[in-house]
Design a protein around this ligand. Sequence first.
Ligand SMILES: [Zn+2]
Length: 493
Amino acid sequence: MSSRGLILAVIDGLRPDALERAVADGTAPVLARLMGEGVYVDDCVASFPSVTPVCAASITTGVGPDQHLIPSMNWYHREERRYVEYGSSFAAARKQRIARTLGDTVYAMNRDHLSPATPTIFESLDDEGLRTAGTTYLIYRGRHTHQPARHSRLARFATSTFFRESVQGPGDLFYADIFASRPMGCRSQLGMTGVRDQHSGCVGAELVATDEFDFLLLSLPDNDSHSHKHGPAAQVESVAVADRQLARLADAAGGVDQLLDRYGIIVAADHGHDHVSQRVDLLAAFSEWWVRTPRDSGIEAEEIALGLAQRSAMIYVLKSDSPTHTAERAAADALRVSGVDLAMLLGSGEARVLRLGSELRFAPGGDLLDAHGRGWSVEGDLSVLGMKTADGMIVTPDYPDALRRIWSALNCSTAGDVLLSAAPGAEFLDWGGSSHLGGGSHGSLHRVDSHGVLLWAGTGPDSRSAREEWSIRDVAGLVREHFNLDSQVPADS
Ligand SMILES: [Zn+2]
């Protein structure tokens, strides 16, 4: 077992070009040091849909949505006959009832939605008796029980109204003032945008100063909010803020050298970001359909439900004499909407990927290999995914790791029957009618928001060439390997 600890810093939505510019400008000195001493991957591939809940679950478990079962940011729960909303926007949360959105995001995502069959890195390390710690991150499931915090007036207000239940988390959990396993004097204003990175930096510095962990997940989410609001080009400012939090940890250790002496460090983005120039109103486009809405009528006669999640969407077939036909009709209608790039559905054991007027079908187990050595059989119009084949290999430069990601997303039992990916620049309105027009967004299968930063120093392989293509699923493996744990990840589908 490595004698050194490990810090996993997740900088939400960090685009490689933004990191590179901040490093060139000298505004991200700690990240520059890590890049200089470690290994930098500028095209780490997100899960699909490339929205934060799906990707956070992949980072912490090492598997795709077919196994971790978090299908999107907004989805329809077939058994409970209701929408699950993890907080696309305040307006979207209001549409679903805010208390329910908070309950889904803070409690149900970890307790009920995340598959119990896929251990998180916290659980893997807790089982080995390692000291785990985490700051506010969507996925926090571990083996230790935490009661709601009562240490401040704000915490007492929150935990006496919305957040009364205990959770299972890492050994030390500091979650938006709601859970704080020890008194620290770090305030997050209940996870307000712009305060969250500072809260993580404050907690992280204290934990480093007191040598309280073997593994820390340091969550730095403000880059994503900044990019949503001001566009991906503005990330160069928010990455500097994230870097300052890493500097606080380094200062607590006595400097970057001392921090690297004590800890391996992994920096990972969960996904990228694209500039939004087009709003796509899917609900309006389906005005001829009977669509179930969040504030449902109680009639339950609707044909379909829609999961609306930034640059991705899902269509669930609810009531139909012929579900296959209804799914095909819904996919065809969706493809006629400007801004919809791809529609995907399953049929006869194959994945079908549709673009207006053309179709590609594929299934696992053929002779064509992807970058991960998986075999696929492919039929139809390869141009749907811009696919090239040469020497028995498949490449899809515009849609990274396309086949594995689509297959995993379609075979997620909680996902919709039809999955949609938006064209570059386009974003679906959420249930509150909000979008990030003029700002940034993510969620699609396209490379523009599927590529993020992955960087490690003092841990991991010596070169990025250890893998042909890196994915956020590999992060959990890097963490487990740092502590010499056997992989507990179930076999990939
Ligand atoms: Zn985001």
